[in-house]
Design a protein around this ligand. Structure first.
Ligand code: TQI
Ligand code: ZN
Ligand code: ZN
Length: 169
């Protein structure tokens, strides 16, 4: 079953149109930006929320970036595999990805010849769930179930994810 962050934290009820922006956006390929756009769309499709990309992390609601090792938020990344990404509670709005991973942005991760390949969209869909206020789920096929491995792809919201997010939005 789905869960929430303590206190059922959420984006305020007068904020349905959320913005996101990338740190060092010139370093993010358009193909990766398209992955984020698709991932946000999966959550928008089942809620009243909308998401649009803006150019400034200073004013965006959700700030996205790739970081390596210690990046001064108290949760250092750890190199290849282990922690892949993290997102803090709603309104903190941080969505960070470990720059040391072998991110697969295009193509089929399940047939990658790289054993440590990680599917970007699968991880981003999960982290957006956190940024919107979902905790982990006990339902195995859900996006919020806390297991992902290299060369795994899981991007479709399960009924459990949809029920959880619709409680909030
Ligand atoms: N990052 C963890 C995660 O997103 C960070 C984390 C641990 C966390 N406990 C938390 C975040 C509690 C919010 C609340 O779950 S991770 C998975 C999963 C990771 C893990 O890099 O380990 C996915 C990233 F759920 F499969 F374990 C993506 Cl899908
Ligand atoms: Zn971080
Ligand atoms: Zn998680």
């Amino acid at each position: 079953h789905y869960s929430f962050f303590p206190g059922q934290q959420r984006w305020p009820s007068d904020r349905w149109n959320l913005t996101y922006a990338f740190y060092r956006q010139e370093s993010i390929p358009d193909t990766a930006k398209a992955v984020f756009s698709r991932a946000f769309q999966r959550w928008a499709a089942v809620t009243l929320l909308t998401f649009s990309e803006t150019t400034s992390t200073a004013t965006a609601d959700i700030k996205i970036g790739f970081f390596v090792g210690d990046h001064n938020d108290g949760e250092p990344f750890d190199g290849v595999l282990g922690t892949l990404a993290h997102a803090f509670s709603p309104t903190a709005g941080m969505l960070h990805l470990d720059g040391d991973e072998e991110w697969v942005i295009e193509g089929d991760v399940t047939t990658s010849t790289i054993s440590t390949a990680v599917d970007l969209e699968s991880v981003v869909v999960h982290e957006i769930g956190h940024v919107l206020g979902l905790g982990h789920s006990s339902v195995e096929n859900s996006i919020m179930f806390p297991t992902i491995s290299s060369r795994m792809r899981k991007v479709d919201l399960a009924a459990d994810d949809i029920q959880g997010i619709q409680v909030l939005y």
